[in-house]
Design a protein around this ligand. Structure first.
Ligand SMILES: Cc1ncc(COP(=O)(O)O)c(C=O)c1O
Length: 377
């Protein structure tokens, strides 16, 4: 089945009591076990509403199994701590989401796990791998500079070394990129973003082989981090429109990026759909669209905080992936915790703004972005 059909139907269970078309909201935390081969309990990630979302995401990502968690960070933590142990080494790509970066630099050493950050090209990632490396973790497109990793090259290299590959696929969503098909072992999402899509959920997902997901789940059962039934229900409802939303957001972002590039007051635009983007060719090969996220840098002299205050339609907010267009200054939000020297080295400057393009009319969004450049208003 195609993505649009999978988004609506995969995994969903019709209500057998009343014939309702939606999966019933199964709120019980105490569940009879005598006639079930599996003991079911919310913290075991295996109640009805968990299963349904995990199955829908598995269909969309082309995975054998899945897990739905209480946040994107819960998904990342369960993967790292579920699969790594003291003495292991992990290679991560530079320019990760600030929260993932903070988790790595603040927590891993305490558990005896060493790490290296590598530039996103396959040679740099390969060069960072040591005899102790057990995992390569990448984000593509990355937050906020939209860098692109060559997924099939990294997957092939990692397989030859027996290293597990993991990707944060949040920015692409399963509609535009399926890393497991490129050979990656695990894919995770901050479901708070495109999967939820309406800026009212906090959740995460993990998908991959049944064996690897079982190991991640084993850790998560001990440490907690399950999503409640109501939010699983809402997430399933949101996923039904995922393909429609993401296609529209990606289309809008392409229009806006191509116009921003021609705008004098914009110094630089980061969008993988632009031919001049360094990852454009790889993105064209491994993504079916370039996504709804882009970043741009204002020309020197334009104060970014005053600029976002002048916007009328576009809202200045943390998070991304909602139906409404939003903007944020990464140095003050997603990458606030990253040391300034590291931000500067990566190009995350105070003038950089990250735009999450929504499903509104592209002309209306662009008009708002333009009018706010006028410092006299
Ligand atoms: C790319 C990416 N990964 C992971 C996360 C963490 O997700 P959550 O906030 O749902 O824990 C975020 C949050 O902004 C993100 O942008």
């Amino acid at each position: 089945m195609k993505k649009t059909t999978q988004s609506v139907h995969a995994g969903s269970q019709h209500d057998k009591n009343m014939g309702g078309l939606n999966t019933p909201l199964f709120a019980s935390s105490a569940i009879e076990y005598l006639d079930d081969s599996e003991v079911r309990y919310p913290r075991y990630f295996n109640t009805l509403n968990h299963d349904v979302v995990a199955k829908k995401m598995s269909a969309l990502e082309g995975a054998e199994a899945g897990l739905v968690t209480s946040s994107g960070m819960a998904a990342i933590s369960a993967i790292l701590f579920g699969l790594l142990k003291a003495g292991d080494h992990i290679v991560l790509t530079e320019g990760l989401y600030g929260g993932s970066h903070a988790l790595v630099v603040n927590e891993l050493r305490r558990f005896g796990i060493s790490y290296s950050f590598a530039a996103v090209d396959a040679n740099s990632i390969g060069a960072a791998v040591t005899d102790d490396t057990r995992m390569i973790f990448v984000e593509s497109p990355s937050n906020p500079l939209l860098t692109i990793v060559d997924l099939s090259a990294i997957a092939a290299f990692a397989k030859s070394k027996g290293v597990i590959t993991v990707i944060d696929n949040t920015f692409a969503s399963p509609i535009l990129q399926n890393p497991l098909i490129e050979g990656f072992d695990l894919v995770m999402h901050s479901g708070t973003k495109y999967l939820g899509g309406h800026s009212d959920l906090c959740c995460g997902t993990v998908n991959g082989s049944a064996a690897l997901v079982a190991r991640v789940r084993g850790f998560a059962v001990n440490y907690g981090g399950c999503l409640n039934a109501q939010d699983c229900y809402l997430l399933e409802r949101s996923l039904k429109t995922l393909a429609l939303r993401v296609d529209r957001q990606s289309q809008n972002a392409g229009i806006i990026a191509s116009r921003l590039v021609k705008t004098e007051e914009i110094k630089q635009v980061y969008y993988p759909g632009l031919e001049q983007h360094p990852g454009h060719l790889i993105a064209s090969r491994q993504m079916s669209g370039f996504g709804g996220m882009l970043s741009f840098e204002l020309a020197n002299g334009i104060d970014p905080v005053s600029y976002v205050r002048r916007l009328k339609l576009v809202r200045c907010a943390v998070s991304l992936g909602g139906v409404e267009t939003s903007i944020c200054q990464p140095v003050a939000t997603s990458h606030q915790k990253m040391p300034e020297a590291e931000r500067q080295r990566l190009g995350i400057t105070p003038g950089l703004l990250r735009l999450s393009v929504g499903i509104e009319d592209a002309d209306d969004i662009f008009v708002d972005l333009l009018q706010a450049l006028d410092e006299k208003i």
